[in-house]
Ligand binder design. Structure first.
Ligand code: NDP
Length: 458
């Protein structure tokens, strides 16, 4: 039975629409439609699949402003960021529209015949996405899956289903077959689990918390179903004494407060070499104070509200007076889920702000002495998703990037995601990689066929 769920504008706290939450029977119906659609899709010529994906990208491009406006209202993302996110969906679709004609197998020399490998579609893929980047993370799953010849059933987070619903509508407008990309909004425990458990779902791509990811993996294991998991992070931004301190300090707020810190790549630990700690904090404070938090509809705002009241309360629990606060930025007061950015100076190594994913605009600063301690502290976490290293010493940049156990690092930069490069975590930050040139292969099964030619084997 479908239950109506109120969708709230995080900048006002007011509900503005409702979305029906699918139950297990609706998930089952969607998967059945997807099975039929996938058969026709896989039978199309690769060039026709490529053309339709390019058309989907063009239709998304024509709706960037509409999608961005929807995301501002549903998720509270600043309009400039939301526009970038919608454009990123277009770019990811364009990038993978080249893949259907490039799923090239190999011919392996063997005796007595010819041996050939094929990348075959898996069938129906379930893509479960979180509320922090509803559009982009969905595209990282559905674009390479469609390019590989699969159908996709997409379950958005219950708080943020609007852009995912619109993207499935745009796929139809672009001429993709009915049922090929379906969005099924619903609760994780109902629709999410039904999707993972469905015997006709051949693979699950999950992004979200490590706890839920491990539950999804356990459910998938019952059917020996492959999973890609993109989970939490507690990434370190390491600033060495020889770094360009002005550049490192100017970039540090964006590295953790972007998307209000609701980012699995957030550098929520700032490790600074002790000899420059004071000099660095002197530069960081004005950058944090200048960080513009406000109405996400405003063109020059850098950070909007948090996604919900419950999430704001969780983030606030890290700034409850038990950990020293160095300084804070500002945020609007009144209705809406506002939270002023905070820079903490934990004085105990077991402080939870150094261990747990905050998923909000809160950063913990720690001093270190020398390269070995920087690496030890950076790796002192169960996670391993992203991180940054700031130094003018190229050799040190290489050594430290090799020693930090994270899947996506940058040196003298805080960038984590480019659709042309692989992205994913080590340790409890996940399994598998998204994006990059090989992503469609993760949505295929490698088949090997030996064609005997009748000659006697050597
Ligand atoms: P979850 O991991 O619970 O949710 C992510 C997605 O999984 C949502 O679509 C959710 O649906 C769905 N889901 C929940 N339970 C199940 C289940 N049993 N089976 C299948 N799908 C399920 O994250 P939360 O939204 O609860 O966020 C909690 C914390 O997780 C955050 O505060 C943050 O620390 C971390 N997080 C990390 C993210 C990342 O990008 N790495 C993204 C989001 C959160 P529903 O919305 O209905 O619950």
């Amino acid at each position: 039975m479908t239950e109506a769920f109120a969708i709230v504008d995080p900048s006002t706290g007011a509900a503005f629409t409702e979305v029906g939450m699918a139950d297990a029977s609706e998930v089952d119906a969607a998967v059945r439609r997807a099975v039929r659609a996938q058969e026709g899709w896989a039978a199309l010529a690769p060039a026709d699949r490529a053309r339709l994906l390019r058309r989907f990208a063009a239709v998304v491009d024509a709706h960037v402003e509409e999608l961005a406006t929807l995301e501002v209202r549903n998720s509270g993302h600043p309009i400039a960021s939301a526009r970038w996110e919608a454009g990123h969906v277009r770019d990811v679709l364009e990038y993978y529209s080249g893949a259907p004609e490039r799923l090239i197998g190999s011919q392996i020399p063997v005796a007595g015949g010819i041996d050939v490998t094929f990348h075959e579609p898996l069938g129906v893929v379930g893509v479960i996405v979180p509320w922090n980047f509803p559009m982009t993370i969905a595209a990282w799953g559905f674009a390479p899956a469609l390019a590989a010849g699969d159908a996709v059933v997409l379950k958005p987070a219950e708080w943020t289903p609007l852009t995912a619903l619109r993207l499935a509508g745009l796929a139809l407008e672009a001429g993709l077959p009915d049922g090929l990309l379906q969005t099924v909004p619903g609760r994780g425990a109902d629709a999410g689990e039904a999707l993972v458990r469905h015997p006709d779902v051949a693979k699950v791509v999950f992004t979200g918390s490590t706890r839920t990811g491990s539950r999804v993996m356990a459910l998938a294991a019952e059917q020996v179903k492959p999973v890609t998991l993109e989970l939490g992070g507690k990434s370190a931004n390491i600033v060495f004494a020889d770094a360009d301190l002005d550049a490192a300090a100017a970039a540090a707020p964006g590295a953790v407060f972007d998307n209000a810190g609701q980012d699995c790549c957030a550098r929520s630990r700032l490790l600074v070499e002790r000899s420059v700690l004071d000099a660095f904090l002197e530069r960081l404070e004005p950058a944090v104070v200048a960080w513009r938090v406000g109405d996400p509809r405003s063109e020059d705002v850098q950070m909007g509200p948090l996604v919900s009241a419950a999430h704001r309360d969780r983030v606030a629990s890290f700034v409850d007076g038990s950990t020293p606060v160095a300084f804070r930025g500002s945020a609007p007061s009144g209705a809406g889920f506002w939270f002023a950015p905070a820079v903490l100076l934990p004085d105990r190594p077991d402080d939870r702000v150094l261990r747990e994913e905050v998923f909000g605009p809160v950063v913990a600063v720690q001093a270190f002495d020398g390269e070995a301690e920087a690496v030890r502290l950076a790796n002192e976490t169960a996670y391993g998703l992203s991180g940054s290293i700031w130094t003018r010493d190229l050799g040190r940049g290489i050594r430290v990037s090799q020693a930090v156990r994270s899947g996506a690092l940058s040196v003298n930069s805080n960038s984590s995601v480019r659709y042309t490069t692989p992205f994913g975590g080590m340790k409890r930050s996940g399994i598998g990689r998204e994006l990059g040139p090989d992503a469609p292969l993760a949505f295929t099964a490698l088949k090997n066929v030996f064609y005997a030619t009748g000659e006697a084997p050597a």
